[in-house]
Design a protein around this ligand. Sequence first.
Ligand SMILES: Cc1cc2nc3c(=O)[nH]c(=O)nc-3n(C[C@H](O)[C@H](O)[C@H](O)COP(=O)(O)O)c2cc1C
Length: 407
Amino acid sequence: MVAALGDPLRLASGSVLPNRVAKAALEEFLAVDGQLPGDELIALHRRWARGGAGLLITGHVMVDGRAVADPRDVVLEAGTDLEPFRRWASAARSGGGQVWMQINHPGRVVFADQGGLAWSASAKRVEMGAFTWLYATPVAMTGEQIAEVVARFADTAAQAERAGFDGVEVHAAHGYLIGQFLSPLVNRRADGYGGDLAARARLLLEVVAAVRGAVSPGFAVGVKLNTADFQRGGFQPQDAAEVIGMLSGAGVDLVELSGGSLESLAIMGHAADESTLAREAYFLDAAASILADAPLPVMITGGVRRLPVARRVLESGASVVGVGTALAVDPDLPHAWIAGEHAEATPVRVNWPDKKLSSAAVQALVHARMEDLAADRDRSTGPLRALLTERLRRRPALRRYRKWGKA
Ligand SMILES: Cc1cc2nc3c(=O)[nH]c(=O)nc-3n(C[C@H](O)[C@H](O)[C@H](O)COP(=O)(O)O)c2cc1C
């Protein structure tokens, strides 16, 4: 029987999501001194909690202060002061739903001006056309460095549990470190972590095992995976289905399926295949074959902003519908949809000729909107202004990050 959006979901680890609408991870860019959560981040999550989602997944939190995707990202390591994280978890749970911390390592997706580490499966730089020079050139990781990263994911998960989070989601999508290992295009290793899919998935499986071993049995563990990376010769839906098979029996509660990488921009709705992306819930087609016999509960994220589409995600066999951008636009959608009201969020679109700049402007608009939610205000910001403001704000954040001294 198809679940309704308001139905609870019992997870394998024992806890219950009160409904099937989840807020997907949105990198907030709101870390304060010491890469910690501050008042704005906490207020933002209190606002989202009020909207009624059964699960809030935080924007990605870095497991290593020496490698951040952006100098405004939160970092949680073994020795980090947990007090601000406790306040964050408690605000995010104040609406009765669960909060999971998304945990991530950027691998090679680090800007050259940040300093610090750029580690990857192989020494291949991010390909971003005219913007490639902005990225650091990575080194191919040694076995010791791989073991260190695995241990760091486990440390961060254990810290998240201590701080009061209900679970963690391991970020294995969108071309970050674990995605770099999964990708046959990026991973050119000849050791046990490269080659066939089982070898490329080894880092993910080791991370999941280490995380599961570091937290209590009732703590939820999710994984975010690409349905496909929308690059020729890249990660395909069949690969995703096989990786989900490998994850069954590993103590995973939920697999979130999304898609794309920084290079393909599919996550922002600009993949090469416009025929798929012109539609809403744009990973649904690619995900259909995976959902047909997935051994684990699946959450589908991407493009959902209207009630009929949210329902269609559940009808297609998913257990949870993930909503990112639309919840930045209207944080009250979960309550409305569960009550059967046809509320919908206006899409955030920028159609400049340069697709990469348009995508950056969409991100900047979503960031501006998150700041508004945190401050409980409504502004109307244009894409150019949002993009410029965001770029300008990066400078002091970069100075602060470098002064912090880990990079
Ligand atoms: C501003 C912004 C920040 C994002 N940050 C993250 C992130 O930290 N982790 C992640 O897994 N996905 C991130 N995403 C991707 C979303 O979680 C989601 O997969 C994608 O936006 C498609 O869903 P949507 O159309 O509902 O937003 C981000 C997306 C946007 C727009």
